[in-house]
Design a protein around this ligand. Structure first.
Ligand code: SF4
Length: 367
């Protein structure tokens, strides 16, 4: 990017407890067993090797009938200090493209959604799209989850339990074949503490051991969260849902832009400091008549600046649903937008979301 004018100070957001910060209503106030690290189990008085107990909880390919096999002493210990309930798979709807949309019921009866997307080859790698909140507070006008509002944050144990439950049912049998994307219900950076604890659990070598470079957190542009996550380790990959090229247009479809505008967002990405081989993913939902002109494509390339050839830009034609009036642009329009970005040096891919026929695609998750 060229030289930019000085940017306004980060607006101060009061850190008041919000309704969605209420802790998950777990058994008698006990934490979920699936959000505890070996050091937590040790501090809570684990009678056996805490790393081994952690492994029993976190390796679903070794479970029996969808539950960890713990042994009497471990079970008695865990029942005293934690909630052993897992998010229960309530509904699984297969799509013609091989993906499965799953509804999971939490301990308080609320439901979230996840999408399981295997590649169609032997020993297939699986991408799992998972949720971080019940609903979402961000109010993006093209998104079905945004239309339902926020109900509450998921706890770290519920986030991890969601992955374990789906893996126990559908695989993959080896975590080395699994990639996780936080692109389901919710703004993950609105739930940063639980999100990051979940990432620590999911990447722990005694459990699933999924490296942070195979976990992507997608944000609508919550700059305060991007800046905090940038400093945390392990640090996942970052995806940014952009979807507009002027502040006026972005504030119209993504209210977060009224607090952190495009210039401030670009500054936060520079401050993130991607490491060698670490790529950002930029997502741009194409909305017919709203953000799909060649002038938009030019502004998008300008905004990306020096990031445009090194990072991934995904164009996602709108997945239509009843909670939004936006439509998918015509094919010629999508192609022209993509071609324009390519001539400007962008590394661009048009992504047809998987699970569209079962309302499991990007922006369609709602319960
Ligand atoms: S697009 Fe993401 S951040 Fe925006 S309302 Fe939907 S779930 Fe929330």
């Amino acid at each position: 990017m060229g030289e930019r004018a000085p940017l306004p100070q980060t607006p101060t957001i009061p850190m008041m407890p919000m309704p969605w910060d209420r802790p998950a209503p777990e058994k008698a106030g006990l934490p979920s067993a699936y959000g505890l690290l070996p050091e937590d189990l040790e501090a809570l008085g684990c009678p056996n090797d805490p790393a081994h107990l952690f492994s029993l909880l976190q390796r679903p390919w070794a479970w029996v009938e969808g539950r960890p096999k713990l042994g009497k002493a471990n079970l008695a210990f865990l029942e005293a200090i934690a909630d052993l309930r897992l998010p229960a798979i309530d509904e699984a709807i297969g799509s013609g493209d091989g993906s499965t949309k799953l509804a999971l019921k939490l301990g308080d009866g609320r439901r979230i959604e996840a999408v399981h997307m295997p590649r169609r080859v032997k020993n297939a790698r699986v991408t799992m799209c998972i949720s971080s909140q019940v609903g979402c507070a961000m109010g993006c006008t093209f998104c079905a989850t945004g239309a339902m509002g926020i109900q509450r944050n998921l706890s770290a144990g519920e986030i991890v339990g969601q992955v374990l439950s789906v893996m126990a049912m559908l695989g993959p049998a080896a975590p080395s074949l699994l990639t996780l994307v936080f692109m389901g219900m919710g703004e993950p950076l609105h739930n940063l503490d639980h999100l990051h604890r979940a990432i620590r659990v999911l990447s722990h070598p005694a459990g699933l051991g999924i490296p942070a470079r195979r976990i992507t957190v997608s944000t609508s542009g919550l700059v305060s969260g991007i800046e905090k996550l940038a400093l945390l380790r392990p640090r996942p990959l970052l995806a940014l849902s952009l979807n507009a090229t002027t502040d006026e247009a972005r504030s119209r479809t993504m209210p977060v832009n009224r607090v952190w505008n495009l210039a401030r967002l670009r500054e936060a990405l520079d401050a993130w400091g991607p490491r060698p081989n670490e790529k950002f993913t930029f997502e741009y939902v194409l909305l017919a008549g709203e953000n799909d002109t060649e002038a938009d494509a030019d502004r998008l390339a300008d905004w990306l600046g020096d990031l445009r050839s090194k990072h991934n830009l995904n164009l996602i034609p709108m997945n239509e649903h009843s909670a939004s009036d936006f439509h998918e642009p015509a094919e010629a329009r999508i192609q022209a937008f993509s071609d324009r970005l390519k001539t400007r040096g962008c590394f661009v891919t048009v992504r047809r979301s998987r699970g569209r026929d079962v309302n499991g695609a990007c922006g369609q998750l709602v319960k």
